[in-house]
Ligand binder design. Structure first.
Ligand SMILES: [Mg+2]
Length: 298
């Protein structure tokens, strides 16, 4: 773990560098508050900082206040190390966002123990952040296919509709339904069915452009959100249709061939999300009625 040491006094700084190294940490040393700020504002900044109060350019207290204004999930753990021993100073530093306060001259053992406390807090914070990220991912992604789930793709669609209206750009959506998917499950079992869904998703992903979005809308229904120029949507959906029909999906039960029906609708004027989905649904229904394995435009 790296530790930032901000201390203007050369002797103190040298001693701190040596002792922190002895404890197995990697010191990053600076001699004023502004230099400390430059280090700590970076993305890969040390997570623990031992800072002096009286320093040139920017003092420890102002540095601390500035750091606490940054909205980040992993703020640095700040230990003040200063000869200011007055109660008022201790209170002011802690109120400004310092995590700990040690008065010089300090005891090595005590400083070590307090650095260890900081390390434990940082580890807890990292674990919490990782758990939050995992939860956020779980809440927005389909566990089987890894793409956006229904709620997340609809959220994205709403954002894309607003953006398209604001910027006057085009947007189309494609509601895709695997033809006779129930037969796949009946004939090969659900594990193979799952593999077909995953294989289908990777075929979609290969067919889409970088900025197109895809989500699992229902069991074997998928929603494509494609922002962009008029006419381009035809290319996307026809290409997808051809690819799905042309290449079988390798599964534990052998290669399974499927086809897909797609209902496509383009955003026009002030269409709402509900209207778009209803139109896409009707187009999909028509594609099914007209014999499946085709794209139908609303
Ligand atoms: Mg000083």
């Amino acid at each position: 773990m790296r530790i930032l040491i901000a201390e203007d006094d050369l002797t103190s700084r040298t001693m701190l560098i040596a002792i922190v190294k002895k404890w197995g940490y990697e010191p990053v040393a600076v001699s004023d508050g502004e230099a400390a700020w430059e280090v700590l504002r970076k993305d890969d900044a040390p997570q623990l900082a031992i800072i002096d109060w009286n320093m040139p350019v920017l003092d420890g207290l102002d540095l601390c206040k500035r750091l606490r204004k940054i909205d980040t999930p992993d703020p640095p753990y700040i230990i003040f190390l200063t000869s200011r021993s007055e109660k008022d100073c201790i209170v002011e530093a802690l109120e400004s966002g310092a995590n700990d306060y040690i008065i010089k001259p300090y005891d090595n053992e005590e400083l070590w123990a307090r650095v260890r406390v900081g390390q434990r807090m940082i580890e807890m914070q990292t674990a919490t952040n990782n758990a939050k990220k995992a939860l956020a991912h779980e809440a927005t992604h389909d566990p089987l296919t890894g793409i956006l789930n229904r709620r997340a793709i609809l959220d994205s669609l709403q954002k894309e509709i607003s953006r398209a209206m604001r910027q006057g750009t085009l947007l189309s959506i494609g509601l895709c339904d695997i033809d006779h998917f129930k037969l796949v499950n009946d004939r090969y079992g659900h594990q193979t069915g799952d593999e077909v869904l995953r294989g289908f998703v990777s075929t979609i992903q290969d067919s889409l452009r970088e900025y197109d979005l895809i989500g699992r809308y229902g069991g074997e229904e998928f929603l494509i959100v494609a922002p962009g120029a008029s006419g381009s949507e035809e290319v996307i959906y026809e290409r997808l249709l051809t690819r799905v029909a042309g290449q079988g999906i390798a599964t534990r039960s052998g290669t399974v061939s499927i086809t897909v029906s797609i209902g496509v609708v383009e955003l026009r004027g002030t269409t709402t999300l509900d209207e778009l989905l209803t139109d896409a649904d009707s187009a999909l229904y028509r594609a099914k009625n007209e014999g499946r394995n085709r794209v139908s435009y609303a």
